[in-house]
Design a protein around this ligand. Structure first.
Ligand SMILES: [Zn+2]
Length: 218
């Protein structure tokens, strides 16, 4: 398993008490939604889940692992703990607390596009392939470097945010761009900016961003 991000997953460990509750959770019918009986165990599971979120946010510079939207200070209404192989499917339930299957994503990518589908998995039956980049059609949050596949450019002028996500030509970039409808960001933000074309600051920023996107290959 390749791990291109820091802190490395291999260096992370739950403490012994958290690991014990996770073990009980994994033995239950719905491991991620497991409700321990004792208040102490509820607190331990909560702290383990917070550590998971903090670790993954840190690995992606506090941005969404799929679209690079800034999640710094965004809070729980914008940020999801994401299970790459969906936790609701029987085949992947045992991976509910496996670090390489977890990530931090924005609500848009997680709820609106990813959901509980598994069309992005190439072989969903052979568990030996699960921790491999080549088993995923999209850019995997833990096995692939997002920046090897995309460049996200953005300029904010006052209240106007203009974004361009440049693909670098890989199959994974093409798939992920469609899967997460990343063009949305560009269309929405460019449309909003064009509505403000009489604003010289916005139109100058738009011009610069287009130039920059061209320099990055698109
Ligand atoms: Zn996102």
């Amino acid at each position: 398993m390749a791990d291109p991000y820091l802190p490395a997953l291999i260096d992370f460990a739950f403490d012994a008490a958290e690991a014990k509750v996770i073990k009980s959770a994994l033995a239950s019918a719905k491991p991620w939604d497991y409700k321990p009986v004792s208040a102490a165990e509820v607190a331990l599971l909560k702290s383990a889940k917070k550590k998971i979120l903090d670790l993954h946010l840190k690995r992606h510079g506090w941005t969404c692992c799929y679209c690079r939207t800034n999640l710094k200070g965004a809070g729980p209404f914008m940020t999801d703990r994401e299970h790459v192989l969906p936790k609701g499917k029987a085949a992947y339930k045992s991976l509910s607390y496996t670090l390489w299957n977890l990530a931090a994503a924005c609500k848009r990518c997680n709820m609106q596009f990813k959901g509980s589908g598994e069309g992005f998995v190439i072989d969903g039956a052979d568990a030996a392939k699960f921790p491999e980049s080549t088993n995923y059609r999209f850019v995997h949050p833990n096995f692939d470097r997002w920046e090897d596949h995309f460049t996200r450019l953005g300029i904010q002028v006052n209240a106007t945010n203009i974004v361009k996500i440049v693909r670098k030509g890989s199959n994974k970039a093409a798939y992920a761009h469609d899967f997460f409808n990343l063009e949305d960001f560009e269309i929405d933000s460019f449309d909003a900016a064009q509505g403000l074309e009489n604003d010289p600051e916005v139109s100058a920023a738009l011009f610069e961003l287009r130039k920059l996107a061209k320099a990055f290959g698109q």
